[in-house]
Design a protein around this ligand. Structure first.
Ligand SMILES: [Zn+2]
Length: 353
C-alpha cells in the first residue's frame, strides 16, 4: 500500500514537473533567454574567424501560452531601413502575455552595413548576407553569420519571415515572394501566409535550390528544412516611409493571427497581382541615369523607362522595357555602370492563383 502511494507520488511529481517545464520552460537564442510570458534581449555572437566577429542583436518573445515558433529576420541588407524599423517596432509591440508560442526577432543582421551605410553587401567580406546560406562555420563573416542563424534561428523555428526593401539605390514598390516547391502541403501554407501578410503584389518563385546544403537564401533555408517561410519587401532609397513600415508591421501581426499566435481574425488580401517571373533590365552604358517611369508603373514591351547620358551630357542612350508588366523597382540614383540593374519588371501571371 505504502509502496503504491510512494509510486503514485513519484509519478505525480514527474507529471507536475513535465507540465511545469512546458509552462515555465525557457527559450534561448544566443544570450537572450526568456521564461514563459517574458521578453528577453541579447545577442547572437558570431565569433571571430578568418576575419572579425560580429554581434547580431536578438530578442525572444516567449508567449505565456504554448504554440509555434516564428522567426522574424531583418537587415541582412543593413540600409533597407523601412524593413529594419518595422522589426524594431515589432519588438516593442509584441506582448508575451498575448502571444501563443514564441517569436525570435533579429532586427539587424548586417550591423557593419548599417553602421557604414553600405548597400547590398557586408563591407567586412563584400558578400550579400542573403546569398550564402546555410553558411559555413569556418568561412568569412557572412558565411559564419549565416551558419549561426541557420543553427540558432532557422532550425528551432516552425515559420520564418525575411524582411527586405528597396536598398539605397532602389525605388521599389512593396511585394512579397511565394516560393513554390512542389510540396503541396508546404506550398498551401506559404500561399496562405503571403495572402495573410497582405502585400498586394506577389512574385511566384519556382527556381530556388532544393538542396538544404545549398539553400542560398534565408527563406529558402527554412523552406528546404520543411518550414513555411516567406520574404517581404517594402521601403525604398533610404526612406522610412510610415506606409511601408505599417504594411510590414500589420502584415506580420496578421500572419501571427493566421498562425493562431495572436487572437482575432486574419483576413487575406483579395485579388493580388501575381507575377510569374521577374525580368531584369540592365544598362549597356556607364553614365548618368534619368528614370522616366515610377516604381509601380505598368509598362509595355519597348516602352522607354529612362535614359543614360555620358558625363559631358553630349549623348543620350534610351533604356527600354524588355517585357510588359509592373516596374517592381527602378534605379533611384543617377550613378549608372554598364551592366547595372536599371529596373526589374514583374510579368503578370496569366491566371490568378
Ligand atoms: Zn534586401
Amino acid at each position: 500500500m505504502l509502496r503504491t502511494t510512494r509510486l503514485m507520488v513519484v509519478l505525480w511529481l514527474l507529471m507536475a514537473g513535465l507540465i511545469w517545464g512546458q509552462e515555465h520552460g525557457t527559450f534561448t537564442v544566443g544570450t537572450a533567454k526568456a521564461a514563459r510570458g517574458q521578453k528577453a534581449v541579447g545577442v547572437l555572437e558570431v565569433p571571430a574567424g578568418v576575419d572579425e566577429g560580429t554581434p547580431i542583436p536578438v530578442v525572444v518573445v516567449h508567449g505565456s501560452r504554448p504554440g509555434p515558433v516564428l522567426a522574424l529576420v531583418s537587415g541582412s541588407h543593413g540600409t533597407e531601413y523601412a524593413s529594419i524599423i518595422a522589426v524594431e517596432k515589432l519588438i516593442t509591440k509584441l506582448d508575451p502575455r498575448e502571444v501563443s508560442g514564441t517569436v525570435i526577432l533579429l532586427p539587424l543582421v548586417n550591423l557593419a552595413s548599417f553602421e557604414q551605410k553600405v548597400p547590398h553587401l557586408n563591407p567586412v567580406d563584400k558578400k550579400s548576407m542573403n546569398r550564402f546560406y546555410p553558411g559555413k562555420k569556418d568561412g568569412t563573416q557572412t558565411d559564419r553569420a549565416s551558419y549561426w542563424i541557420t543553427k540558432e534561428v532557422v532550425e528551432p523555428s516552425d515559420y520564418l519571415i525575411d524582411y527586405h526593401g528597396g536598398d539605397l539605390d532602389e525605388n521599389l514598390r512593396p511585394y512579397s515572394y511565394w516560393v513554390k516547391t512542389g510540396n503541396e502541403k508546404l506550398d498551401a501554407k506559404t500561399h496562405d501566409m503571403v495572402l495573410a501578410f497582405g502585400l498586394d503584389h506577389i512574385i511566384i518563385t519556382t527556381d530556388r535550390p532544393q538542396d538544404p546544403a545549398a539553400s542560398r537564401f534565408l527563406d529558402n533555408t527554412a523552406i528546404t528544412r520543411g518550414k513555411a517561410a516567406l520574404a517581404v519587401e517594402a521601403g525604398y532609397a533610404g526612406t522610412v516611409d510610415p506606409t511601408d513600415v505599417r504594411a510590414l508591421v500589420e502584415g506580420t501581426l496578421n500572419v501571427m493571427r493566421y498562425l493562431k499566435m495572436l487572437p482575432g481574425p486574419a483576413p487575406f488580401v483579395e485579388h493580388p497581382v501575381w507575377f510569374e517571373k521577374i525580368v531584369t533590365v540592365s544598362s549597356d552604358q556607364t553614365g548618368i541615369f534619368y528614370p522616366t517611369v515610377q516604381r509601380g508603373s505598368y509598362v509595355a514591351t519597348g516602352m522607354k523607362i529612362g535614359c543614360v547620358t555620358d558625363f559631358a551630357n553630349q549623348k543620350e542612350y534610351e533604356v527600354r522595357a524588355s517585357a510588359a508588366g509592373v516596374i517592381t523597382y527602378i534605379c533611384a540614383v543617377p550613378s549608372m555602370n554598364k551592366g547595372d540593374t536599371v529596373a526589374n519588371i514583374g510579368v503578370v501571371a496569366a491566371e490568378s492563383r
